[in-house]
Design a protein around this ligand. Sequence first.
Ligand code: SF4
Ligand code: SF4
Length: 267
Amino acid sequence: MLIPIQPETKFQCSACGSCCSHIRGIIPKVDAEFMKEYAFGKLPVVQLAPFEQMTFPLWDWEAKRFMQWQKEVNIDANIKPLRAIYDLKSNKAIILTYFMDSKTDACHFLKDNKCSIYHTKRAYVCRLFPFNRSPFIKTGIENVKEGMFGNCGAMEKIIPALPEGFSNMVRFLNEAFPDGSFLNAVQNDIVIEWANRTIIDLMRKKIIKPAINYPYNFLLKRIESSEKVDFTDFLVESGHLTLKEKEDLIRCFDNNAQAQEKVKQYL
Ligand code: SF4
Ligand code: SF4
C-alpha cells in the first residue's frame, strides 16, 4: 500500500556537507549512556578509543576498502581500530570496527565540501544519513522516533510529517527517502544484529573466550600488543564461515538484500 507523500516531505539532500564536517561524537544520547557504562571492558566488545575521540564506525570490510580508496585519492584518513574482542583462546585482538580519527572533526575525505570518494560504495554510515538508525532496532525507548535521525537541515518538514503507527511509518520512510538512506539504515541495523548474534554463537560454540571484566587499561594494553585479525577474517580462519560464505554475506549486506525483504513485509 502506498502512502501519499507531499513533494516537500520527500528527502532531498542539499549537499551542505554538515554531516561530513562533524563526525565526532555522532551518537544518540541513550546509546552514549549505554556505551559509557558498558563498552569499556564490561562486555565482550571493547571500545578502544575514548568516547570524545571516536567518529562513526566502519565495519572491517568497509575499513579495508577505505584503506584502498585513501591511496587512490592520496588522502591519509587516519583509520584506526575502534572496537575489538580480546580472545583469551587465541590471544588475538579481533577487530570488529574501525574509525577515522580526525582532530578537526571533519571527515578526511571531505575536500572543498565534496566527498572525494562519492563515486564508491563509501560506508553504511555515509549512505544512511540523515538516519542514525532504523525504526526496527530495539533500543528500549518507547518512542521509536527518538534518536532515529541525526542533525540535518533537510529534515525540517519530514519529521513533523512522520505518521503514527509503526507500519504506516515504515511505509512513509520507504517512500520519503528515494536516496536509499532508509534502506541503508535498515540494513546497517541488520548487520549490527548479525554481528551481535555471531559473537554469541562463537562464544556458545567455545570458538572464542572474550576477556570480560578486566581493568580497562590492562585490557587495552593487551589488545594493543597482541596480534590483530579482522572479525570477518577470523570467521574464516576459525572455520565458522568458508571464504565463499563470507564473500556472499558481504555482497548480500552491500546489496541491502535483507533490508528489502524486511521492508517488503510492510508494503
Ligand atoms: S544529509 Fe543533511 S546534513 Fe548531510 S549533506 Fe545532506 S542535507 Fe547536509
Ligand atoms: S567518506 Fe565521504 S560521505 Fe562518508 S563521511 Fe567522508 S566525506 Fe562524508
